[in-house]
Design a protein around this ligand. Sequence first.
Ligand SMILES: Nc1ncnc2c1ncn2[C@@H]1O[C@H](COP(=O)(O)OP(=O)(O)O)[C@@H](O)[C@H]1O
Ligand SMILES: [Mg+2]
Length: 257
Amino acid sequence: MATLEIKNLHANADEKEILKGLDLTVESGEVHALMGPNGAGKSTLANAIMGHPSLTAREGQVLFDGEDITEAAPDERARLGLFMAFQYPVAIPGVTITKYLRSVMNAHRVARGEAEISLKEFRKTVEEAMELVNVPREFTTRYLNDGFSGGEKKRLEVLQLALQKPKIAILDETDSGLDVDALNVVAHGINEVAKANGTGVLIITHYQRILHQIVPDRTSILMDGRIVREGGPELVDQIETTGYEQIRADVAAAATK
Ligand SMILES: Nc1ncnc2c1ncn2[C@@H]1O[C@H](COP(=O)(O)OP(=O)(O)O)[C@@H](O)[C@H]1O
Ligand SMILES: [Mg+2]
């Protein structure tokens, strides 16, 4: 079990206050959906959780299993068991996927004081992960993100997720730009990983489509730097019917009461 707890987080990007007292909890073994309109602060929150240097936490805390990681370096957070899939992954031409995955895995092992993984053991682990998330074998001999379609990039993220077995994963707009087939593969992979490894998943999206296939245990709505609604999967349906504007109006009305 692991718990990621964000308490009263205020964060600035440059001089602008983006997160304005945000509270959120994500636990291993649960799928938590974070929804909100464009510009609400979702990616800013993801970056704050991973310790992106462009953000300053002015107030509040990020806790991982009770340990304060508000100021921890990104690799320290990764070592504790946090994983983040980036909205815009980089391309590293000339590095095959296999080589990349192995070096990431070894970096984690070395950080934990373990020996590097043998080639044989690595192959076995990758094969299991590929099977779990339905990634074809020829995929791993390709070069990292070089000419990848949106769907292929996301598939790689899911493969990494299966391989790394983090305690908690933050997936920012994993569904963006995916066609139906790619979405199905990615959603299936995330469900399998959550089930097989007990990974807690924070799915960040402004669009409810992926949440029909990965049914969240909990849903939180982020607007203007704060969580304004919390609930279960029914909140996803509500947004689908009424849009964010209704919630925005309700929040504004409650504030002036
Ligand atoms: N580095 C930055 N400097 C100034 N403003 C930023 C920076 N990064 C994001 N913002 C602003 O913060 C707000 C929230 O952005 P973001 O977290 O990307 O929203 P979302 O992911 O919910 O669409 C937006 O108004 C955006 O323009
Ligand atoms: Mg975003």
